[in-house]
Design a protein around this ligand. Structure first.
Ligand SMILES: [Zn+2]
Length: 445
């Protein structure tokens, strides 16, 4: 019989594109917090520092990649391609699907300028890209590639340190980009609706993320600088350079896949940013720099992001460390559910089944899923608690006979018991539900 391996679904959540309102340090309290506007702080005028280098030169690039990078940087001056990766990958749209369909929520309870201002920001990106990127507005949310919302409960998503002005997330279906969702904060810190200028600058920034610029520039004149510059928001030459470069490289993930012909003909992420491991290192440097640049913002999402990169690098100890650090900074239930699952997966990799069980149970108590139950059953098995593992697996299979992992856990237990009769029954049931890819295969002599 073939040795069977359990396929644990890596439910790694991706946090990115969180952007702050300027000047906000909010401490959670019963009474409204006192906010000290920066404008009233008198500080000696500082000399404008020299522009920072957005790209990393200290990474060990392959010789050919290093040559490619210097050519690219000459052709696309000021680009911050090193800050544009998401889990080591470049994600952007395929221009053959343009115009991108954009939905902007039209909520009668919000000021009329909300909808108009966000649409204006889309038009601005279209304009600065010389109509390379085109948008078409739709009223049909389901049909849209980019969906913009003004959720009412947005404030609860802040991390207790600062208000977040916008968040962009990509949704995938089997590695295929489905849509980007942008959530905008509706209120400023004083509980008033966000102003036209503030919303416009956040919208420009979030649309940059939705177009594929995953990370943040370190230069504050760029629209992709993480802190919103109210009143003087403008897409810079660096931003345009980065956008053009991103759309000159064959992406790792997109909404309409590129052919092998395209991949051979055009430059790929591997040509400019190195292999997957190198790209993870680049992204790690970028996220670390993001954290160091703004030590006052103890923002959970940055640590989750770092945890995800360490996970991808198979450095599970550091992944756990960053997940735990992020969790200490948030009380969001969704975060606690998802990140504890990630921690459990890491402990499982480290073969620390007690800790894995502890964390998957925290996640499961918030939201129970069949996959989590199957994971728990397998952890019982790993811990040698065969009876518990068997009972739970049987319970799962009686309700969900299509749960692949439960077959595998049960198989291992029956193997321990030398119970060939049950193994054969399990094999038959597995064949019925997974004829193309049976969980158990038997060589019948
Ligand atoms: Zn951002």
């Amino acid at each position: 019989m073939k040795k069977l391996f359990l396929t644990i679904l890596a439910i790694i959540c991706f946090y990115y594109g969180y952007c702050y309102l300027k000047t906000l340090y909010v401490i959670k309290s019963e009474t409204p917090p006192a906010i000290k506007p920066v404008e009233q702080t008198i500080l000696p005028e500082k000399k404008e520092p020299a522009p920072k280098n957005n790209n990393f030169e200290n990474i060990n690039f392959d010789k050919q990649v290093a040559v490619n990078r210097s050519i690219i940087n000459e052709k696309f001056p000021g680009n911050y391609i090193d800050r544009s990766l998401k889990s080591g990958e470049l994600v952007r749209w395929n221009p053959s699907t343009f115009p991108l369909h954009v939905y902007v929520e039209d909520n009668p309870e919000l000021p009329e300028y909300f909808n108009i201002t966000v649409k204006k920001a889309f038009s601005e990106w279209q304009k600065v890209s010389d109509n390379f990127i085109t948008f078409s507005f739709t009223e049909d949310e389901d049909y849209a590639d980019i969906k913009c919302f003004f959720p009412a409960d947005y404030r609860s998503e802040n991390d207790g340190q600062r208000m977040i002005s916008g968040v962009t997330n990509f949704q995938f279906d089997n590695d295929k980009l489905k849509y980007a969702a942008i959530n905008f904060a509706s209120y400023d810190m004083d509980n008033k609706f966000r102003t036209k200028d503030a919303l416009y600058s956040t919208a420009l920034h979030e649309i940059g993320h939705a177009l594929g610029i995953a990370g943040h520039s370190v230069n504050k004149e760029d629209i992709m600088f993480p802190v919103t510059q109210h009143g003087k928001a403008k897409i810079s030459q660096n931003d345009i350079s980065t956008l053009k470069l991103i759309y000159s490289i064959v992406p790792d993930k997109t909404n309409k896949n590129y052919s092998q012909y395209d991949k051979n003909k055009y430059i790929t992420t591997e040509d400019v940013l190195g292999n997957y491991d190198t790209r993870l290192d680049i992204e790690l440097e970028a996220v670390k720099a993001d954290v160091n640049a703004d030590k006052n913002s103890y923002f959970a999402g940055k640590y989750f992001n770092m945890g995800n990169i360490y996970y991808k690098k198979k450095d599970f100890q550091n992944a756990i460390k960053n997940y735990e650090k992020g969790l200490s900074l948030t009380s969001g239930e969704k975060d606690i559910e998802a990140v504890n699952m990630n921690i459990a997966i890491c402990y499982n990799e480290l073969k620390n089944y007690d800790k894995a069980l502890e964390h998957v149970q925290i996640s499961n108590n918030i939201k129970n899923t069949t996959e989590k139950s199957a994971f728990i059953a397998n952890l019982y098995y790993q811990k040698g608690e065969f009876e518990k593992a068997k009972n739970l697996s049987l319970k799962i299979l009686s309700a969900h006979p299509d749960n692949y992992n439960s077959y595998i856990t049960l198989y291992h237990i029956y193997k321990e018991e030398n119970n060939d009769v049950e193994i054969y029954k399990l094999y038959e049931q597995g064949m019925k539900y997974f004829p193309d890819n049976p969980p158990i295969r038997i060589n019948i002599k």
